[in-house]
Write a protein that binds this ligand. Structure first.
Ligand SMILES: C[S@@+](CC[C@H](N)C(=O)[O-])C[C@H]1O[C@@H](n2cnc3c(N)ncnc32)[C@H](O)[C@@H]1O
Length: 253
């Protein structure tokens, strides 16, 4: 029997602002709240009301989305709008070993670590020391760090010899690594490259076909929130116009 994942807790104030509570059990200063005895919160049930410095909060168990919303930003992250698609279309699930190239701030890493579960593993490559440190802090904060190994180096020419269930990339030139990626991917496994421009989509998909990936496809995921009001339900005026394109391929032999 393995330890069950214990997510961090959050406090939500009357305005709906969310504050992540460090799992240290110590007394600490939390920006926007003040001094909090986190040890006292640890045994409280989700849904409890908490009064700190005269203000009311509701205590909840953090979802992976709360963790991602509160993480420290370094390089541009892949948001849940796209990372959920990556996990789904790469068929990533409990127990999987996933290779990631381009850890960056660690947002996709956290999503991958959440989905591979307690028995799974994410091996992630980051060549920039500063970004690797940001990702390390974010992973520690998430409580999922024990499922992740950060390799602080350029992935080119340094991929492991072992087999992976899926491989994901968020780097400017994924085509440079595709012949190595197909080698470490188990037959039946998927790869995904996240790229911000159409030129990169073309370069990536054509290179995927060249090295032998099947089922190649590129998709853009556009989401509009619906604002619900009595008799006036309509799409939100605010929309995130463009994030990135998702390029998929599958190793079939
Ligand atoms: C846009 S960021 C990744 C963001 C990440 N997907 C997230 O959601 O937080 C791209 C990262 O890839 C790293 N990188 C680029 N090429 C690399 C390579 N060949 N090997 C390892 N890291 C690489 C960069 O240093 C940068 O931190």
């Amino acid at each position: 029997m393995t330890n069950k994942y214990k997510p961090p807790q959050i406090l939500i104030d009357a305005q709906g602002r969310v504050f992540i509570i460090p799992q240290t059990g110590a007394v600490c200063e939390i920006e926007g709240i003040g001094v909090v005895d986190t040890g006292k919160l640890q045994d409280m049930a989700p849904g409890s009301s908490v009064k700190i410095a005269g203000k009311e909060f509701t205590l909840l168990r953090a979802s992976v989305l709360d963790i991602l919303a509160s993480m420290k930003r370094g390089p541009q992250i892949i948001t849940p709008k796209d990372s959920i698609q990556i996990v789904g279309w790469c068929a990533i699930g409990p127990g999987d070993r996933v290779l990631e190239i381009g850890t960056g701030s660690g947002a996709l890493t956290i999503m991958l670590a959440y989905y591979v579960g307690q028995q799974g593993k994410v091996i992630t490559y980051e060549e920039n020391t500063k970004n690797a440190e940001i990702a390390r802090q974010n992973l520690k904060h998430s409580g999922l760090g024990d499922r992740v190994e950060i390799r602080e180096q350029n992935a080119l020419g340094h991929l492991p010899e072992t087999e992976f269930d899926a491989a994901v990339m968020d780097i400017p030139q994924p085509w440079d690594l595709l012949d190595e990626v197909i080698r470490i991917l188990r037959v039946s496994g998927y790869t995904c490259a996240y790229v911000p421009t159409m030129n990169q989509v073309e370069g990536t998909i054509r290179a995927m076909r060249d090295v032998g990936f099947a089922e190649t496809k590129a998709v853009e995921n556009i989401q509009r929130e619906i604002v619900v009001g009595k008799g006036g339900t309509r799409p939100s005026f605010d929309m995130l116009g463009h994030t990135g394109y998702l390029c998929f391929g599958r190793r079939i032999k």
